[in-house]
Design a binder for this molecule. Structure first.
Ligand code: ZN
Length: 400
């Protein structure tokens, strides 16, 4: 874990990390509080705190109320102490979020075109693109404490392997990223990072059980169970898209038939829309279809925004299918909240009413009443924000 130590070194490194970990809750602490926490002496803590102020980690954020009239200073995180960079790797683009030490978003860049390939050279190119972007935005590389990177599909954050970008048995993609970026890197599945971002900076940070459905080209799920991000044994949890739920005789990209994703995802939307166009249903996309142009997910989502009835009907069908699956999830988890995110959440007006209706229809009444269903608040920012916040949480957990 040597690479975690690069910014905090010297004789009090251990104590400093413990102080920073304590301050991560955003509160202010006195020298007496730190002394008690570290179980050491006041003069030593005073020296450490002064060093940390000088190094830019801590700052005075107030005075303690006291009955005796003496009001000791309270110290907390210096917001400028460092940045955490989240990178959300999509099929054709990446997005980047930068958060500060207290977890506030300081920069977001959407959809930088890049197609990550399953080669070390491609990973290096992506890192160069990120570093160039940060420097063009005047974000000091030396102040970046850690990076978080999301991939679709199965990701094991503890070993650092992504099974979409395998590279080689000996070298997990996290290690390649750390070599290129020069900092500690945390890797995660995109839906899980989105769930974490929404949990920490979005709709809620109440401790509880939250299911986040990422309705993008595929269908994934991130779970916060009793306030903790759930990964499963090897980081492969949340593959709700491949739940064999449908009798539609449709092949899934995983090679099986009737997966939920074949009826409730962006790829399902494309298939349903093509079927309607083949039937000769009128649509603003008919002309492009007849010319043999390939209809992208963006084309169909745009048509929905333009109130194209055929596209809306496809969205409604997806909402209904997804709602039936969510009814099952609600019965299973008794969650506080279900959040609908991902690219299809932009069709809220048409997606949500049939989704809610199906949830009411198929879930157990008493259980259903406990759960709030909401649309993602962070939207397209959720993945990159979640990645940056996770990179911080994992770095700090090494310090505590
Ligand atoms: Zn499947």
């Amino acid at each position: 874990m040597g690479h975690f130590l690069q910014h905090i070194h010297g004789r009090y490194a251990g104590e400093k990390k413990k102080i920073l970990a304590l301050c991560m809750d955003g509160a202010g602490y006195s020298v007496a509080d730190f002394t008690q926490h570290l179980d050491t002496s006041i003069p030593k803590v005073t020296r450490i705190v002064n060093e940390m102020i000088h190094e830019g980690y801590l700052t005075e954020i107030g005075k303690q109320e006291s009955a005796t009239g003496r009001r000791p200073s309270l110290y907390g995180l210096n917001p400028d102490a460092g940045y955490f960079v989240g990178i959300d790797v999509g099929h054709h683009s990446i997005s980047i979020a930068v958060t500060d030490f207290p977890g506030r978003l300081v920069h977001f860049a959407d959809v930088i075109p890049f197609q990550l390939k399953n080669q070390e050279e491609s990973v290096k190119q992506m890192c160069q693109l990120v570093l160039q972007h940060l420097s063009s935005e005047d974000i000091d590389q030396d102040k970046v404490r850690a990076y978080g990177v999301n991939f679709t599909g199965r990701v094991n954050h503890s070993t650092g392997y992504s099974y979409s970008y395998f590279i080689s048995e000996e070298k997990p993609i996290r290690n390649v990223l750390e070599e290129c970026l020069g900092k500690s890197v945390s890797v995660e599945n995109d839906s899980r990072a989105m769930a974490y971002g929404e949990y920490m900076n979005g709709l809620t940070n109440e401790e509880g059980t939250i299911l986040f459905l990422n309705v993008g080209w595929g269908l994934g799920m991130g779970m916060i169970l009793d306030g903790k991000l759930f990964t499963g044994k090897s980081g492969f949890s949340g593959e709700i898209g491949h739940f064999p739920l449908l009798d539609n005789n449709q092949y899934c990209r995983c090679g099986k038939i009737g997966c939920l994703e074949t009826g409730a995802s962006g790829s399902a939307l494309q298939r349903l829309m093509m079927e309607k166009l083949k039937e000769g249903r009128p649509s603003i996309l008919s002309a492009a279809f007849k010319e043999g142009k390939e209809l992208t997910l963006e084309n169909i989502l745009d048509a929905t925004q333009q109130e194209d009835v055929a596209a809306i009907e496809c969205i409604e069908e997806i909402g209904s299918t997804l709602g039936r699956a969510i009814a099952g999830l609600i019965n299973l988890f008794n969650p506080d909240m279900v959040i609908i995110g991902g690219r299809l959440s932009s069709t809220e007006r048409y997606l949500m009413p049939p989704l809610r209706s199906a949830v009411n229809k198929y879930s157990l009444n008493l259980v259903n009443n406990d759960t709030v269903i909401k649309l993602s608040r962070l939207g397209k920012e959720a993945g990159a924000i979640g990645a940056s916040l996770l990179s911080k949480a994992r770095l700090v957990s090494e310090w505590a």
